[in-house]
Design a protein around this ligand. Structure first.
Ligand SMILES: Cc1cc2nc3c(=O)[nH]c(=O)nc-3n(C[C@H](O)[C@H](O)[C@H](O)COP(=O)(O)O)c2cc1C
Length: 135
């Protein structure tokens, strides 16, 4: 866990991508979130470990089914985690009807474009866009 937190601490921008597994983030992502509790604002110890502020996070959710609700839920989970970790949730984007790699291929140009903005934009220029549906 400490190695992961060191990686998070070293980053200014986080991108968290999660497929829907049974309408939620995969178990391994949930385990990670659970184990962040000691590093979150719910740790009652004021001297407990905290990430430095001024980080921002982008979320990507995808699922095989067509309706957006599951993806919105997953982005909500990521946003909730950000809230307790002192990280700004800057934008979420989601894709439905994704069975495998070939279905995400048509969206690669958009993802590259997004990454270009996400990794270069100065925080002060950001206008928070909550969830964007792409398919
Ligand atoms: C265990 C498991 C559960 C899944 N549950 C859902 C689901 O509830 N709703 C859905 O739309 N897709 C579901 N899917 C499909 C995945 O969201 C989709 O195939 C995704 O592209 C898988 O990403 P991965 O190959 O990185 O695991 C599930 C896939 C797996 C393996």
């Amino acid at each position: 866990m400490q190695a992961l937190m060191e990686k998070l601490e070293a980053a200014d921008v986080l991108v968290i991508a999660a497929p829907s597994y049974w309408a939620d983030v995969p178990g391994i992502a949930k385990s990670f979130i659970d184990r962040c509790t000691a590093y979150s604002d719910t740790n009652p110890d004021p001297d407990g470990p905290r990430l430095k502020s001024d980080k921002r996070c982008y979320g990507i959710a995808l699922r095989t089914g067509a309706r957006p609700m599951e993806c919105e839920h997953i982005l909500g989970t990521i946003e909730h985690w950000c809230g307790h970790m002192g990280i700004d949730f800057a934008e979420g984007i989601y894709f439905c009807k994704i069975e495998g790699k070939s279905d995400i291929a048509p969206h690669k140009a958009l993802l590259r474009e997004k990454a270009g903005v996400w990794f270069t934009t100065d925080k002060r220029e950001l206008s928070v866009q909550k969830f964007t549906r792409r398919t």
